[in-house]
Design a protein around this ligand. Structure first.
Ligand SMILES: *Cc1c(COP(=O)(O)O)cnc(C)c1O
Length: 362
């Protein structure tokens, strides 16, 4: 096999090599059934076992308490931006949104199509360089829920800890940092994440929702948009994204092999420290885009003195086997996405490359 790329793509993103190899081994024949997992009914006992085991792995890894439903949906995290207000935003109530960047803005904009929304806090005036502190967040008295974005994949800011919202359900978009560190699930009304950054390939969206949130949902919600339908049918109301769930199952087992979420967090801190140190010890050659206390452990955003130098950085990095270091087209600059599956060695190699590039260009 040719050398694996140093994959810093933002999403879809790196998958663990051992997971890809396991999938390759099982591609044509799954568990002695004479077929692949993609060729059998989603009502078969094999798929049902896979579906249940995948839920259980999530439950164990996050120590999800009883009283939560784990759903595997389609339509990406972007569909959740609509499903949340459709299900939870009733007349007379307000959707309270914390605006921390591009993804939070999309969620907020979509909710406006369905009802009244309110900005509980915004860091736009600071170019989204930081996450808001607890005391900046003003929850609307009629809030149906508070929505936050755990990690801004494009801007590179991440909540170090989540705001407390009392009796108002806290809903969090964890698309780009789910399973990157332990969290206390009991503080959330709902967690959701598209799989293609930290959980597997695209095609499945994980929703972890507290059961009491699903009581008395409005009758007018289209069937496929109703959380209750998917909860009542164990995510098998219609054909699920079988292969994406299968791949996620392998990724979850890989996280267990790594030693669980404490171990994964520790290595993520070590990995990102290598790159943040390269930024911080560069005498201003590299400029981090986010304040130190809001820096993401998943998407490291930084800039060089000018765009020409950034172009040169990209070009030379590509020649050395690095992929995906260009910033999002909407903000420019540079971004290294260091999801769980990005190996320590890739981060070490990037830090070394950054140091060499600095020496040669300053
Ligand atoms: C990628 C991303 C999304 C959008 O996910 P899709 O699955 O493409 O709809 C939403 N929120 C965050 C934080 C993301 O990183």
């Amino acid at each position: 096999m040719s050398k694996r790329a140093y994959n810093f793509n933002a999403g879809p993103a790196a998958l663990p090599l051992s997971v890809l190899q396991k999938a390759q081994e099982q591609l044509v024949e799954y568990q002695g059934i004479g077929m692949s997992i993609m060729e059998i009914s989603h009502r078969s006992k094999e798929y049902e076992a896979l579906n249940n085991e995948t839920q259980q792995l999530l439950k164990d890894l996050y120590q999800i308490p009883d009283g939560y439903n784990i759903l595997f949906l389609q339509g990406g995290a972007s569909s959740q931006f609509a499903m949340i207000p459709m299900n939870f935003l009733r007349p007379g109530k307000v959707g309270s949104y914390v605006n921390t960047g591009a993804w939070a803005e999309k969620a907020l904009k979509e909710a406006k199509l369905f009802g009244e929304v309110h900005v509980a806090a915004s860091t736009e005036a600071d170019q989204f360089m930081r996450m808001p502190a607890q005391d900046e967040i003003q929850i609307h008295p009629d809030a149906a829920y508070v929505h936050v974005t755990s990690n801004e994949t494009i801007g590179g800011a991440q909540f170090a800890s989540y705001p407390a919202t009392g009796d108002i359900p806290l809903i969090v978009d964890m698309s780009s940092d789910i399973l990157s560190r332990p969290v206390d699930v009991s503080m959330f009304g709902m967690i959701y994440a598209g799989a293609q950054k930290n959980l597997g390939p695209s095609g499945v969206t994980v929703v972890i929702v507290r059961e009491d949130m699903l009581k008395d949902l409005p009758k007018s919600i289209p069937t496929m948009m109703r959380y209750g339908i998917h909860a009542d049918n164990n995510s098998l109301y219609n054909t699920p994204p079988v292969y994406s769930v299968y791949m996620m199952n392998l990724v979850l087992k890989w996280i267990v092999e790594q030693g669980g979420l404490e171990a994964v967090e520790k290595i993520n801190v070590e990995k990102t420290n290598l790159i943040y140190n390269a930024i911080d010890h560069s005498d201003g050659f590299y400029q981090g885009c986010v304040n130190t206390d809001s820096r993401s452990r998943m998407n490291i955003t930084f800039r060089l003195a000018n765009e020409d130098l950034e172009k040169k950085f990209i070009k030379e990095s590509e020649a050395k086997g690095f992929v995906g270091l260009k910033g999002h087209r909407s903000v420019g600059g540079l971004r290294a996405s260091t999801y769980n599956a990005v190996p320590f060695e890739a981060c070490e190699a990037l830090a070394t490359f950054m140091e060499e590039f600095r020496k040669n260009n300053s």
